[in-house]
Design a protein around this ligand. Structure first.
Ligand code: APR
Length: 251
């Protein structure tokens, strides 16, 4: 029963931790109905990642916008996307003072919706749009998203989702906040990420080098598993996180 033993070991480590940091990828939202990017049913198996390249968005705006609208906005509006039990455990741990923050690669806003207050959005957030000309930001819910990409009501400039396209820099507050959090934590939980994309994928190594215990939850081994992970839990995060939390309650 290796998984059960590892769940017990993870609960032991996390019960005694003073500063837990969560580090999440697309797999964390899979049980909310959002497909991951890679692996089985991955978005990049159906769509060309180039459609999310910033130069492509500027040069082929209509084509790029068509895919972005379909993959992200139509999908969200056609499906009742809600946080899953895994998101809720991370919010509970923050409310209990166990967890200091979540560093997420996800753009779906689900950690904030679940109740986490300190969320470093390493790749931005699809619930906002930003004007590429004047920088004005607006809530996506305030825009009527049509075949035409939205334009700024203030300056008329082309708007884009406020998430990071390939070729764009990481938001400074998210980057430096994440590095500092990884340096200070004593337990770092990697959840549902393949570890393929930099510079996000260098954050777990910072936690490791600063002495944090690394716990990883994934459906399959990632680039971290045989390299920095101390406790590997194979399975769905929406099932495993509540099991860990239940044992922590008993500790
Ligand atoms: N529970 C736990 N892990 C899961 C689950 C689940 N229910 N479902 C899938 N996974 C795992 C997969 O095994 C895989 O290792 O989640 C991981 C998802 O990997 P990716 O799809 O590569 O997602 P991520 O690592 O977040 O991608 C990083 O790539 O395209 C860019 O900007 C995009 O933020 C994204 C970045």
């Amino acid at each position: 029963m290796e998984l059960q033993d590892n769940i017990r070991e993870a609960a032991r480590i996390l019960s005694g931790a003073k500063n837990i940091v969560g580090f999440t990828g697309a797999g964390t939202s899979a049980e909310s109905g959002i497909p991951p990017f890679r692996g089985e049913g991955g978005i990049w198996n159906q769509y060309d990642p180039n459609s999310l390249d910033i130069d492509y968005y500027y040069r082929h705006t209509k084509d790029s916008w068509k895919i972005i609208r379909e993959v992200f906005y139509n999908f969200f509006s056609n499906n009742a996307i809600q946080p899953n039990p895994g998101h809720r455990v991370l919010a509970k741990w923050e409310q209990e003072g166990r967890l200091s923050c979540v560093i997420t690669q996800n753009i779906d806003d689900l950690h904030t919706v679940a109740g986490n207050k300190t969320v470093y959005e390493f790749h931005g957030n699809m619930s906002r749009f930003v004007c590429t000309k004047c920088g004005r930001k607006v809530d996506a819910k305030r825009l009527k998203l049509t075949e035409e990409p939205p334009h700024c009501e203030h300056c008329g400039g082309l708007m884009k989702p406020d998430f990071i396209f390939f070729g764009e820099g990481i938001p400074e507050d998210a980057y430096y906040g994440s590095v500092k959090a990884a340096e200070k934590c004593d337990a770092f939980v990697i959840i549902g990420t393949s570890g393929q994309v930099s510079p996000a994928n260098m954050i777990p190594g910072i936690a490791k080098r600063n002495g944090a215990k690394i716990i990883e939850i994934n459906m399959e081994p990632s680039t971290y598993t045989n390299y920095i992970t101390d406790v590997y839990l194979q399975g769905k995060s929406g099932e495993i996180l509540p099991k860990i939390d239940a044992l922590m309650e008993q500790a």
